[in-house]
Ligand binder design. Sequence first.
Ligand SMILES: [Zn+2]
Length: 486
Amino acid sequence: MRRFRHVCAACLVAVAVVPVAAIARRVTPIAQAEGPEAAAAQRFKAIRDDRVRLERFLREMPKGGDLHVHLSGAVYAESYLRWASDAGLCLVTATMALAPPQPPCDVGAGRPPASTATEGSPLYDQVIDAWSMRNWRDRNVARGGRDHFFATFARFNLATGRVGDMLAEVVSRAAAEHVAYIELMLATDGGAAGMRGTAAGWNADYRRMRDQLIKNGFSAVRAEARSRLDQAEAREREVLHCSASDAAPGCGVTVRYVSQVYRAGAPEQVFAQMLAAFELAAADPRVVSLNLVAPEDDPIAIRDFSQHMRMLEFLHARYPGVPITLHAGELAPGMAPPSALRSHIRDSVRIGHARRIGHGVDVMQEQNPPALLRELASRHVLVEIALSSNDLILGISGKAHPLATYLRYGVPVAIATDDPGVARSSHTQEFVRAVEDQGLDYVTIKRLVRNSLEYAFADQTTRRRLQAQLENELTAFERQQQNHEP
Ligand SMILES: [Zn+2]
């Protein structure tokens, strides 16, 4: 009792000058008695309103996997500009798009060499802004975030050929942020399947269409895709010195690929790309799934949505071992006719056999949302949540975002980055948003981190290895929080 009185007398002085949060940070001995998770949760609670400490906490926290990220959108504009300069590409200043060096670059004609956009120059800043969402709200972007976002890809497209260097950048960033696993979306075949589809022409009889494509040497597309991945990974290992004693941390990040299918194309191209994706995933363990890409409100994507679902249903029956993830519900009211917002998520699961949904933002616009939410929960369909992307493209954040609703219904979710290069975001920043914008607590965040590996499409042995590693790292991280300095 005497000791208590003594301590309390000291407290009376301390309370007068030290903020409440600072006092809370000093109570680690209590948490120690309750275990590492309680200590981490308590520290998290104490620092969650302190952006600097919160960001550090979340950067250091093991984050499992990133299940929804597009390779070309994950690279920062600065890298693309450097590679464009190396390749001697030109910059069309009227559109800020890269152009081939034939005809030769010409400053007077508004086509200077990309290399003239040197760091610190006004042109350099203009390029970075035009190739990303940096400063977009301050600029005169007439048609808003959605159009600026998607327009960036066409501008830097000519610099996206260095796939190995792009991989190296993405895994290096992942390692620095304690992300152990990534599923990267990319066009694995470099467009070869789409061309075969065009050559074959459209046939609404899917069985005949598939037979015809396969009969005409479709296996060459698979070989092309595998060879491209081999080359890219070899270059990635070279950049990161993965075979040397000074291997970069990025070498330890496990990567799997998701084949992109461009859903705004002609049906014969979409079908051929889907077929190539299933064929590749069935043959190469590095490729685990496929996803439909391009803005969901694209008129062709909307017109052909049901057709695409039927194609997936047909192909899923022939490749049942290949899991499917689909962008669905990446829409806001007014972006497309209400009919487009009523059934994309439900149809993607029921007809398209999606085991994961990308975004799912318009879930409350679907027919009978409570029934759909219960269905997603009971089928264990995970929703890949990309908060920055939803804010920038759809203008949906805070209470307008359905993350809390998904959690309330027990739908599994995980935090993903989508296009961190274009969005100028990172995995850590997405978690910061999850805390500051969505109010998640530590235990929920930890559950989402675990989901990101539990719902990964990697083979079971790889997944189990990553899960065991995550548990060890989480325990070590939480123990650190017990002894953390204020
Ligand atoms: Zn996406």
